[in-house]
Write a protein that binds this ligand. Structure first.
Ligand SMILES: *[C@@H]1O[C@H](CO)[C@@H](O)[C@H](O)[C@H]1NC(C)=O
Length: 406
């Protein structure tokens, strides 16, 4: 009986199996395992060269190739660059663990920004259910954000995708990155899904997913626990769709910071949909520095549930993450056409809605629709504050936005 059901089930599924990553008949025969290129897989010996050699072999294969990091093993690597273009599509199948060297001296001034850098690859899928472990403790301990007596230095991003096209990152764990966990830069046509990202709440600058200068990007079904932004959406992001994300601890989902050092920044067409946040410092945030140029527009934050979030809804155009106070400046990145819709839950501070816009370039086209935010500890009332914001509301919005009277 049970086997009949199983066979029936399997035959129903069979037509779809073809589309699952890893069972594609084309690639299954063309596997390049790091184990065959001299890797030790004991987490002690340096496997950087073995990984590079495996990649080169797979990348020069004329048919779709798989780079395999076998299950149950740990491959220690230093700074690693995996370059395209490759001759065919590549699947980077991480079943085991890639762990970063814990020696800071393994990084030079030139390499310090990256641990694993994947650059210029088209039709790449990174998957396998395994782990990318940045082993970041030593970097956190030596950060000036942890110990203000130490000089501020850079630290590697665990996994960087630079100039990739048609990229999928799915079913992967990234843990304890040195600094940013996953960075997508200058890429087009990207899908990130079912990725779990974890670093301690106290780890400095460990943004979960960082996106910049990239278009047509989707991020879905991810869980992000970290010490910095859950997602940071930066200059040059165009057509980004984010759905079904769980964040916290961390600093929430942030567009920006934009316009630092009087720079020009453009973010357009971003939808953040269905997010639960737990104990994060911010929820839905747009932050820009004074003095910038450009725009952040056509942005939707919707269907969000806040649990004890300090600033659930915040536009901050006077962002200043600097040791010296930032001075008043005339220009700013223009923020317009922003919708906050169906947002509810609890706030850890009184100020639940903050629309703090620039006096020289006010925000316009801000809409608040169906919002209900209450204070976690019911000792006082939730409130909202606005500066230089032109906004309207639909449905019920609580707290009453910015002294709204009716
Ligand atoms: C906005 O981005 C979405 C993807 O999130 C895309 O489907 C849509 O076509 C874009 N809209 C415009 C006007 O480009």
């Amino acid at each position: 009986m049970a086997s009949t059901v199983l066979i029936l089930f399997a035959s129903l599924l069979a037509p779809f199996l073809f589309f699952l990553p890893g069972v594609d008949a084309d690639t299954s025969s063309n596997v390049f395992s790091v184990q065959s290129y001299g890797a030790h897989g004991d987490g002690q010996h340096d496997d950087t060269k073995a990984l590079g050699d495996t990649w080169s072999a797979a990348c020069s294969s004329a048919k779709p190739a798989v780079v395999l990091i076998p299950k149950g093993k740990k491959y220690l690597t230093k700074h690693t660059t995996l370059f395209g273009p490759c001759k065919s599509s590549i699947m980077f199948m991480v079943k085991g663990t890639l762990v970063a060297s814990p020696e800071r001296s393994d990084w030079s001034k030139e390499t310090i920004r990256h641990w694993i850098l994947i650059s210029g690859v088209t039709a790449l899928t990174v998957t396998g259910g395994g782990t990318i472990d940045g082993n970041g403790m030593i970097w956190w301990q030596n950060s000036c954000k942890t110990n203000s007596k130490l000089p501020c230095t850079e630290a590697p991003t665990a996994l960087t995708f630079l100039s990739c096209k048609n990229l999928k990152v799915e079913n992967l764990k990234v843990v304890d990155s040195q600094q940013i966990q996953i960075s997508v830069e200058d890429c087009t046509d990207v899908k990130v899904s079912r990725v779990s990202i974890t670093a301690p709440e106290t780890s400095p600058n460990t943004d979960g997913i960082h996106i910049t200068r990239s278009r047509d990007v989707q991020v879905m079904d991810c869980t992000i626990k970290t010490g910095d932004d859950c997602m940071s959406i930066e200059d040059g992001t165009d057509n980004l769709y984010v759905k079904n994300i769980v964040c916290g601890p961390g600093h929430g989902i942030s567009i920006g910071s934009l316009g630092d050092h009087n720079s020009e920044a453009h973010v357009n067409n971003v939808t953040i949909d269905t997010v639960r946040l737990y104990g994060t410092t911010n929820g839905a945030r747009i932050k820009t520095w004074q003095g910038g140029k450009g725009s952040a527009k056509n942005i939707v934050f919707q269907n969000m549930i806040m649990n004890n979030v300090r600033n659930p809804i915040i536009i901050d155009q006077n962002y200043c993450d600097s040791s010296t106070p930032c001075k008043q400046q005339k220009s700013a990145v223009e923020v317009s056409n922003v919708l906050f819709k169906n947002i509810q839950g609890t706030s850890a501070s009184e100020e639940t809605i903050m629309l703090h816009c620039s006096s020289s370039v006010p925000c316009h086209g801000v809409t608040l629709e169906n919002i209900k935010l209450t204070l976690k500890a019911g000792s006082s009332d939730a409130k909202s504050t606005c500066q230089n914001a032109e906004w309207k509301k639909f449905g019920s919005v609580s707290p009453q936005p910015c002294g709204f009277k009716n």
